[in-house]
Design a protein around this ligand. Structure first.
Ligand SMILES: *Cc1c(COP(=O)(O)O)cnc(C)c1O
Length: 390
């Protein structure tokens, strides 16, 4: 059955219609290389700089602090590896958290093999770091603190302004992976004292394969990709003008509509969360009850496998995601659910439903109508379910 109920917007979003219309001319009409000097190339250059200004405005930066990349993963790699490579310190230490996206965690693990020390901060049961622990682990060798703005699995929003304050006080650079946050919650890099920030187009209605990194003026950083002189020599490669125009448009729209969208998504999210918790026994909410992304609902059901639930949901045309990582070829439950202290068997029974602008109340009602029966069906088949019918 084709997906009629798309509830996996944290994994990716459809390209918005307004965004699609805006980028189409850049494939056949204005296809010039922005580095060339004839007219259609100038159109590309103009579009490039207009998009840069829109992306900058969306996060309170200036256009010359925005560098386009191929997505969130590249921006995350660039932040960590670029800052470490540019640092003149003999011994280098970075601080991150146990619940980062793998684009950060696997980069940090790679840096460890190159002799960089890494501290992975714990989080509490709601997924928040401790500011006290953060301050305690800063050392003279610390070159970077990287803490995600909002978590992609459980939606928890970190105390970014307080982290920025601590980083500033100790003279350490502060990067945040804001891929889930840009266009979804208000961001001002000046107020928050953020030095580097990652974003990705496809999490806010722009195409996949386009992203950006904000780098505060004067920050020492080395490039990851060498080649031409694009992006002030910090990111070589002919610019993905269509993608860039799309990211600019999507960021502009998201910020302009944020108040209205947040109101709508929060209402749908809370209806979903409360509806599920009330109708299904032995269920618990993962993530922070209030400091969470407007569109994130993550719930664990005891005695079932999240993967089995996803298959039943898919048969009804519902696309969602689970907290066990079988799909990624591993039987380990998600590192995020482990970090908030969930026992393995409960983490395995997790369901993430992420809502965005195109979801409707009717769709939420459909899920609330179907889910209790599906969970019960799986529990009735489970050898460990205590309420099992004889
Ligand atoms: C999706 C995501 C990424 C990766 O972004 P891509 O553009 O898919 O490479 C990084 N961090 C977080 C928090 C994400 O949700």
């Amino acid at each position: 059955m084709p997906t009629k109920y798309y509830f996996d917007n944290a994994a990716t979003t459809p390209v918005r219609e307004e965004v699609l219309q805006e980028i189409l001319p850049y494939f056949r009409e204005y296809y010039g290389n922005a580095s060339s000097i004839y007219s259609i190339a100038k159109e590309s250059k103009k579009a490039l700089e207009a998009a840069r200004a829109k992306v900058a405005a969306a996060i309170g930066a200036t256009p010359d602090e925005i560098y386009f990349t191929a997505g969130g993963s590249e921006s995350d790699n660039m932040a960590l590896r670029g800052v470490v490579n540019a640092s003149k310190k003999e011994k280098k230490h970075i601080i991150t958290t146990k619940i980062e996206h793998h684009a950060i965690l696997h980069t940090a693990e790679f840096l460890e093999t190159k002799g960089v020390d890494v501290t992975y901060l714990n989080v509490d049961e709601f997924g928040k770091i401790s500011l006290e622990e953060l301050e305690n682990v800063i050392r003279p060798e610390t070159v970077l603190i990287s803490v995600m703005f909002a978590n992609n699995e459980i939606g928890t929003i970190q105390p970014i302004a307080e982290i920025g304050e601590i980083a500033k006080k100790h003279g350490v650079l502060f990067h945040t992976d804001a891929v889930q946050a840009v266009g979804h919650v208000p961001i001002d890099v000046e107020k928050l004292q953020v030095d580097l920030l990652s974003m990705s187009g496809h999490k806010l209605g722009a195409p996949k394969g386009i992203g950006a990194i904000y780098i505060r003026k004067g920050t020492r950083i080395s490039p990851l990709i060498f080649g031409g002189a694009q992006e002030k020599k910090l990111r070589a490669g002919t610019e993905n003008i269509a993608g860039i125009v799309g990211l600019g448009k999507a960021a502009e729209l998201a910020v302009a509509e944020m108040e209205e969208t947040t109101k709508k998504l929060t209402a749908l999210r809370d209806k979903l969360i409360h509806g599920i918790l009330e109708s299904i026994p032995d269920s618990r909410l993962n993530g922070h009850p209030t400091d969470r992304l407007p569109g994130n609902c993550n719930i664990s059901f005891s005695y079932i496998e999240g993967e089995s639930l996803l298959l039943l949901l898919d048969a009804l045309g519902i696309a969602a995601s689970s907290g066990s990582a079988c799909t990624s070829g591993s039987l380990d439950p998600s590192h995020v659910l482990m970090a908030i202290g969930l026992p393995h068997e409960i983490a395995h029974g997790s369901l993430r439903l992420t809502i965005d602008r195109e979801n409707t109340e009717e769709q939420v009602d459909f899920i609330l109508e179907k889910l209790p029966g599906l969970v019960q069906r799986l529990r009735d088949m489970s050898p460990v379910y205590p309420g099992k019918k004889a």
